[in-house]
Design a binder for this molecule. Structure first.
Ligand code: NAD
Ligand code: ZN
Ligand code: ZN
Length: 341
């Protein structure tokens, strides 16, 4: 069957691989029909993700169709369209026991730590499939990315009417904004990239924008927008240590600071500054099965509109040639999706 493998950084290859065998107990065989591409795939391609090993079949944002189910699988039948929740958790660690499967102590992400969906067929645990009767395969391929935002907003316990600042308007920041808007918060988007800020406003209806400058100017602008109070929730979706350090001062007293962006290094902050305002600092990672179900319901009820998300498309065989252009934010790429049909 057709497969695309990343042999080493920068080198995709189209190869033929064996089809998977019959699904085992509790598994399903699915046909991969749409694949979303995100920053993780781009980092794998560049070779700057420390935990990445090669060769690897990428693909973790998958819109799939069920082909066969193994024994003991209920509620799924051939023809069902699903999104794959790619977070393969152990089921026995403390995090799994407490329902926090998104941060399992020995988590393996399909298409990141294990071979993923850039191939025709794949066997997956049936409990990792979330189906929808009405969503398109493209919409299903967006659910995983949206999950990062949905989970971050769920962690923040955002309440209607409060000011939520989202720093970084890349795909992850946009996902956060989407759910912060759905939660009824007054969203402020901050980025250094004007084009991305315009996208937030025009395509997603984000009401307030801040073009990031020096931190004094940013803080003054935020004070103006929030009637002098500052935002009660700040999400960092940049992963840039400078921005993350500066952003501490943008949080209102008693507020929350949520790290969505990842920084591969140490991070320090001033304790009195943190204590005086009794801030809450939260990390968020991936998302849970419940987040997947919530997102599917919000999409089915058209509470969230994903039309603006997909900016680039390519056929499966064309992907290796198109992929490098998706590395460049200047092309206006938000989400590229591969059509495997
Ligand atoms: N929590 C999770 O589970 C999870 C999952 C996937 C990705 N991530 C992380 O989320 C982060 C964002 O991912 P992405 O794909 O959207 O990245 P991206 O690079 O496309 O977007 C980052 C945005 O931040 C902006 N930015 C950079 N420095 C800034 C500054 N000083 N002030 C304001 N804006 C600034 C950039 O212009 C860009 O628009 C990354 O760190 C990524 O590793 C987290
Ligand atoms: Zn992704
Ligand atoms: Zn576990």
């Amino acid at each position: 069957m057709r497969t695309i493998i990343l042999n080493e950084p920068g080198k995709f290859e189209r190869i033929e691989t064996d089809a998977p065998g019959e699904p085992n107990v509790g598994e399903a065989t699915v046909r991969v029909r749409r694949i979303g591409i995100c920053g993780t795939d781009l980092h794998a391609f560049w070779g700057n993700q420390p935990f990445f090993t090669y060769p690897r079949i990428l693909g973790h944002e998958l819109g799939v169709e069920v082909v066969a189910v193994g024994d003991g699988v209920e509620g799924l039948r051939p023809g069902d369209r699903c999104v794959v929740e790619p977070y393969l958790n152990c089921g026995v660690c403390i995090a799994c026991h407490r329902g926090k499967t998104n941060c399992c102590a020995s988590l393996k992400v399909l298409g990141v730590h294990t071979d993923g969906g850039m191939r025709e067929l794949i066997n997956v645990p049936a409990i990792k499939l979330h189906k929808s009767e009405t969503l398109s395969l493209e919409q299903l391929a967006l659910v995983e990315t949206l999950g990062i935002g949905a989970h971050a907003v769920q962690r923040s316990q955002a309440e209607k009417g409060e000011f939520a600042l989202v720093i970084g308007a890349g795909p992850i920041g946009l996902a956060v904004m989407q759910f912060a808007l759905a939660a009824g918060t007054q969203v402020i988007a901050m980025d250094v990239n004007t084009r991305r800020l315009e996208f937030c406003q025009k395509q997603m209806g984000v009401p307030m924008l801040v073009h990031a400058g020096d931190d004094e100017t940013n803080a003054n602008r935020l004070r103006e927008l929030t009637n002098g109070d500052m935002p009660t929730i700040v999400f960092d979706a940049t992963g840039h240590p400078d921005s993350m350090a500066k952003a501490f001062r943008y949080v209102a007293p008693g507020g929350k600071f949520v790290f969505v962006g990842l920084y591969q290094g140490d991070y320090t902050f001033n304790d009195p500054d943190f204590h005086r305002r009794e801030l809450t600092l939260l990390a968020t990672r991936n998302s849970t099965p419940q987040d997947f179900r919530n997102i599917i319901a919000l999409m089915e009820h058209e509470t969230i509109d994903t039309t603006p998300w997909i900016t680039h498309r390519a056929a499966f065989d064309e992907m290796p040639d198109q992929f490098p252009s998706w590395l460049n934010a200047e092309t206006g790429v938000i989400k590229a999706v591969i059509d495997c049909d």
